[in-house]
Design a protein around this ligand. Structure first.
Ligand SMILES: Cc1cc2nc3c(=O)[nH]c(=O)nc-3n(C[C@H](O)[C@H](O)[C@H](O)COP(=O)(O)OP(=O)(O)OC[C@H]3O[C@@H](n4cnc5c(N)ncnc54)[C@H](O)[C@@H]3O)c2cc1C
Length: 385
């Protein structure tokens, strides 16, 4: 490379490389775009429509919604937000409904794919580079991070790398040695599409929003999605290798149904068993978490992490909101300090993040323990307290 091309390369390298085009990375991209700070997003998915799993997310006023407001996207969000889907009912394993709540709650739902579309539509296409899966990041001779992608691309020269690359972040190891631990809990998710024989009954039983049944250390949640279909989450307590050791092969629909019915939901109501008998597309989602003790590291020049990459927790309804709040704080710190004082900006962001997420991780642990209870009482006490 000639001196001239090195110079040209330096001059065109954006200030910030964001790894991961999930809710956190794309919210950050939108906020930086509005503040006129240069950035590029590297995402492992091949295209915006790559079908990564993930259901409906509820956005809260002071975090997820606030980030969208600051990004100038709140009006667009309102067009596709499902305010009627905040209602949810709680039952026991016999099917007796105990409580219905959430009506009018300011936490509208949006599908993950819809949120991605909303965030992508507002930034220039060329600023998101698809099909770039980060393989490693390490500090180069000049102490600046060097990014290596699985497709052979090697990049450096950014003033800041933001790891918004989710649970199994490759960037995280530059700031902390902590790794997620298995919670001993997993979700098995499945779908009830419009053409499912159970669809009509589910639609009249659950309607808008979701229904949750808790019993004998397990739960079943059924939630309406943006296209009107329903998504079930079966909460199980199983060993980490349960879905890999041959006990269950979720691609075998009939065997999966048999095992769930005999070993997990044998004493549940027929209404709940039908969700197993009729739903399709079973997938496993083993749940991992970082702990509150992990939320403590010294700021590393030129690198930080945000969203699940920084503070993966049991899904208690805060994950995406915390991720978007991280993006908001990080973008405003960078704008305030300027890209020439990136380390100050990152220090300020991380100092703000630790106490915020420590509280949230604690709450998600509490939520996790009551959702896997013998009956719904502890859950009801927690959410009504
Ligand atoms: C079963 C389940 C249910 C959940 N339900 C809820 C809920 O109801 N409400 C809620 O608030 N939260 C929920 N969450 C949590 C929520 O999904 C996350 O907290 C949120 O998506 C975090 O956003 P993020 O952008 O930090 O990470 P992610 O959403 O994980 O996005 C990371 C992005 O980085 C990309 N990526 C990953 N690795 C690489 C790499 N090496 N190179 C390049 N790109 C990479 C990914 O493709 C992805 O686009 C749930 C989580 C699970 C597992």
């Amino acid at each position: 490379m000639t001196f001239r091309s090195i110079l040209r390369n330096r001059m065109t390298v954006p200030a910030i490389a964001i790894i991961g085009g999930g809710p956190c990375g794309l919210t950050l991209a939108n906020l930086l775009e509005r503040k006129g700070i240069t950035y590029v997003v590297y995402e492992r998915d091949e295209s915006p429509s790559s079908n990564r799993e993930g259901g409906s997310l509820d956005l809260h006023p002071n975090t997820g919604q606030l980030a969208l407001r600051e990004a100038g996207l709140f009006d667009e969000f309102k067009k596709c937000a499902r305010y009627e889907d905040t209602v949810f009912s709680i039952a026991d394993k016999s099917g007796s409904k105990i409580l219905e709540l959430g009506q009018g709650r300011d936490a509208p739902e949006i599908d993950r794919s819809e949120l991605r579309r909303l965030l992508l539509d507002a930034i220039p296409k060329e600023k998101v580079v698809w099909g770039h899966k980060l393989s490693t990041v390490e500090l180069g001779k000049d102490n600046r991070p060097v990014l290596r992608f699985t497709n052979g691309t090697v990049l450096s020269g950014f003033k800041l790398i933001v790891g918004a690359d989710g649970a199994w972040s490759k960037v995280r190891r530059l700031v902390t040695q902590s790794t997620p631990r298995y919670t001993k809990k997993s979700y098995v998710v499945s779908a009830i599409e419009h053409d499912n024989p159970l669809y009509k009954r589910t639609a009249s039983r659950v309607g808008a929003g979701s229904s949750l049944a808790i019993g004998s250390g397990k739960f079943i949640m059924t939630q309406r999605q943006g296209n009107g279909s329903y998504r079930n989450s079966f909460g199980l307590q199983v060993p980490e290798d349960f879905f890999r050791n041959g006990i269950i092969d979720l691609r075998d629909l009939e065997a999966t149904r048999r095992l769930l019915l005999s070993d997990f939901f044998a004493d549940w109501s027929d209404e709940h068993k039908d969700l197993v008998r009729y739903s399709t597309g079973f997938q496993a989602w083993p749940l991992y978490t970082l702990t509150t003790e992990d939320m403590d590291w010294k700021t590393v020049p030129g690198v930080t992490v945000a969203g699940d990459a920084a503070h993966l927790a049991y899904p208690g309804g805060e994950g995406v909101n915390l991720a978007m709040a991280d993006a908001l704080k990080l973008a405003s710190s960078i704008a305030e300090h300027g890209v020439e004082n990136m380390n100050e900006a990152v220090r300020e962001y991380e100092t703000d993040m630790f106490p915020r997420v420590i509280a949230a991780i604690g709450e998600s642990e509490a939520m996790s323990s009551v959702m896997y209870s013998e009956d719904p009482q502890a859950f009801i006490q927690l959410i009504c307290s």
